[in-house]
Design a protein around this ligand. Structure first.
Ligand SMILES: O=C(O)C(=O)C[C@]1(C(=O)O)C=C[C@@H](O)C=C1
Length: 256
């Protein structure tokens, strides 16, 4: 089975940019399936209102409490995982697995989850789901969390992408890092042709995974569980720009 981790064993030089890209490709499947699951429910706006008697909204309460349980089970010992509410997380109760220390310590703690939370709830979700309220708040929040965690994991893989790019060409990256030139770093790490392929592939995956499957070979022409163009737009407007933001932030700290 393909390894879906971004965390490469760089010490043994086993992983390359190609292999990390393979992991990003596999994570597209996870993200598209998560979106399909969330789109089963309407918006359910009460989940996001701040009037449920909790500190914050009901979705915040569910995410915070779920993260606390997952922290006890060791989820955030994995350097690929970043919590949405990292303050006061309980310590793991299980003995954590040993993760290879691949990332530069200054960049390892970058957490882009605030902008991820903001774009997901304020911009993307209203485009993904139908208006309305079916009262399924707990199930809807669980599926929001699945989407958020899948997106967060993918976007924070930018740390590994940046580390590999730096190790592959330190002579190219060191000058703009020393002069802290964001724009030059952004240019160096951008591959437009790769981005175009990512968008096309995600759109196709949304089409294939989101079609109605029947036994009599009739294809329901053009009816998909999520809009394939919206899946491509998610990557174009938010996922890839934030991944690149993680990469730039990581590289800016790479020589500390
Ligand atoms: O594949 C890379 O080189 C990446 O940095 C990842 C990624 C992406 O988010 O998919 C981001 C920037 C590049 O322009 C291409 C793709």
């Amino acid at each position: 089975m393909a390894d879906v981790n971004c965390n490469p064993d760089l010490a043994s030089n086993k992983l390359s940019l190609d292999e990390i890209r393979d992991s990003l490709i596999r994570q597209e499947d996870t993200i598209v399936f998560c979106l399909i699951e969330r789109a089963k429910f309407p918006l359910n706006p009460k989940l996001y209102h701040r009037n449920h008697g909790f500190t914050g909204s009901l979705v915040e309460f569910i995410v915070r409490e779920t993260e606390a349980i997952q922290a006890k089970a060791g989820r955030y010992e994995n350097p690929e995982e970043n919590a949405f509410f990292p303050e006061h997380l309980p310590r793991p109760l299980v003995h954590p697995r040993k993760y290879p220390k691949v990332l530069h310590p200054s960049g390892a703690s970058i957490n882009m989850n605030k902008p991820i939370w903001d774009f997901y709830f304020n911009k993307f979700l209203p485009l993904l789901v139908a208006d309305g309220d079916d009262g399924n708040y707990a199930a809807t929040a669980a599926s929001d969390l699945a989407c958020l965690q899948a997106l967060s994991r993918r976007i924070h893989c930018g740390k590994y992408v940046a580390e590999v790019k730096f190790r592959d060409a330190p002579h190219e990256y060191e000058p703009p890092i020393r002069s802290q030139e964001r724009d030059s770093l952004m240019k160096l790490l951008t591959f437009e042709a790769v981005e175009e392929m990512v968008k096309k592939r995600v759109e196709k995956k949304a089409r294939v995974f989101g079609q109605e499957v029947t036994l009599n070979n009739t294809v329901d022409g053009g009816k998909y569980k999520i809009d394939p163009l919206l899946a491509a737009r998610l990557y174009d407007e938010w996922v890839m720009p934030l991944t690149k933001e993680v990469e730039v932030e990581y590289l800016l700290r790479r020589l500390e």
